[in-house]
Design a protein around this ligand. Structure first.
Ligand code: FAD
Length: 377
């Protein structure tokens, strides 16, 4: 390790970004005895733009990351289980079973619980700390407002769009480059259906499902989240007018949380490593939220990145070899999910005339629909 400059500090592993990917990476490494520093530019709890659908496949991993029985119980014991998705499209409704059932979990609660779990695992977790730059290819010199940190390895989990994530050209359906944005808020609805409901319209879709918050049971709160082209709508209330059944349903909703928004939504080729820095979660690749797998991918890739680095920390491999091992694992286990979900996204955003026969196939052969969704897991 290089000599430290006066005023700087050091760690084995620096994880940048405290979302699900960053927490999963930090917890996994800390439990293996690695000295981990986790830096997050904002603070928890807070609302994030997200449909809050956590796929069943990742619940077990989430459980094991939280570890503390009390924390897990209070977070997961009374969350709504989602065993079906209803697609509202072109006046039709297609039912898709969700097996294993997903859970609906407010990001306000989940991200904060993971952050606490990281601290309990021995991670030095610091909020309100932005990483301004990363230099070197191992060891890494990391600049924050108060000085420099020297890290033997670095995992970038700063999400889909950050000062550290390369800004590349958008790859969007039909070769066009419209600007897509995400909007989300919680609303009050009486006796919501225990399903995830997705309403499609020209220029995007809007999803919703029951959700709890803190100790409040999920009996009359729903999370509503939309992906919409910015030239079509920029406010939730305008989105609700774009589909007749959604317009009718939303008539009596009452706003429970300030709407949050995010832009732009860019789908690019996933890349799990750059210049020796491992990338996990959305920083490695952004999967279409339609398949509800972003959180799962974030947890899995974060844990995988940390596991891959253990050989390096135990001096059994170089950083380059550990990074190559992560790339292989990512490409084998996670990359196929992006391919199927991007196909699904393209299908559902096709022009109406092409979409109609496709929808008929989905209605007539639910097994085909189930298989398509299964392949996004
Ligand atoms: C509209 C929409 C709906 C979605 N719905 C779902 C859904 O229903 N189910 C699902 O599974 N997924 C969904 N997703 C995807 C899901 O939200 C993401 O995949 C998930 O949040 C990725 O986690 P992450 O840890 O990679 O990134 P994030 O959760 O974005 O966390 C990154 C963190 O890094 C921090 N950060 C950024 N830059 C810096 C810096 N320089 N220094 C320090 N910290 C920094 C940020 O503050 C942030 O907290 C949705 C996404 C969108 C946009």
């Amino acid at each position: 390790m290089e000599a430290l400059r006066p005023g700087s500090e050091s760690c084995d592993l620096l994880v940048i970004g405290g979302g699900p990917a960053g927490a999963a990476a930090a917890i996994t490494a800390a439990r293996a005895g690695v000295h981990v520093l986790l830096l997050e530019k904002a603070a928890y709890p807070r609302h994030k733009v997200c449909g809050e659908f956590v796929s069943g496949e990742s619940v077990q991993l989430l459980n094991s990351l939280l570890a503390n029985a009390l924390e897990t119980r209070s977070l997961l014991s009374h969350v709504p289980r989602i065993s079906g998705v209803r697609l509202f499209l072109d006046g039709r409704t297609v039912n898709v079973p969700v097996d294993p059932p997903a859970v609906s979990l407010a990001r306000f609660d989940m991200d904060a619980a993971l952050w606490r779990a990281a601290t309990s695992a021995g991670v030095d977790a610091r909020s309100d700390t932005t990483v301004n730059s990363v230099q070197g290819q191992g060891p890494f010199h990391i600049q924050i407002a108060t000085g420099e940190i020297l890290a033997r390895a670095t995992i970038n989990t700063t999400g889909r769009w950050s000062n550290l994530t390369a800004k590349k050209t958008a790859v969007l359906p039909n070769g066009a480059a419209p600007k897509w944005i995400g909007l989300k808020a919680h609303f009050a609805e009486t006796s919501p259906s225990p399903t995830t409901d997705l309403y499609f319209f020209d220029g995007g879709y809007c999803g919703m499902q029951p959700v709890g918050l803190g100790d409040e049971p999920a009996t009359s709160r729903i999370v509503v989240c939309t992906i919409v082209r910015a030239d079509v709508a920029t406010r939730l209330e305008d989105v609700f007018l774009l589909e007749p059944r959604l317009q009718e349903r939303s008539r009596n909703w009452k706003l429970l949380s300030e709407p949050v928004s995010t832009a732009p939504l860019i789908f690019r080729q996933p890349n799990p490593e750059k210049d020796g820095v491992l990338l996990a979660g959305d920083a490695a690749g952004f999967v279409d939220p339609f398949v509800g797998d972003g959180i799962s991918l974030a947890l899995r890739s974060g844990a995988l990145a940390a596991e891959s680095l253990l050989t390096f920390f135990r001096r059994q491999a170089t950083l380059e070899e550990a990074a190559a091992q992560y790339r292989r694992g990512y490409e084998e286990r996670l990359l196929p999910i992006f391919q199927t979900s991007s196909l699904l996204r393209r299908m559902l955003t096709l022009p109406l005339a092409v979409r109609r026969p496709l929808l008929r196939v989905m209605e007539t052969f639910p097994a085909v629909t189930k298989l398509m969704v299964k392949n996004t897991r």
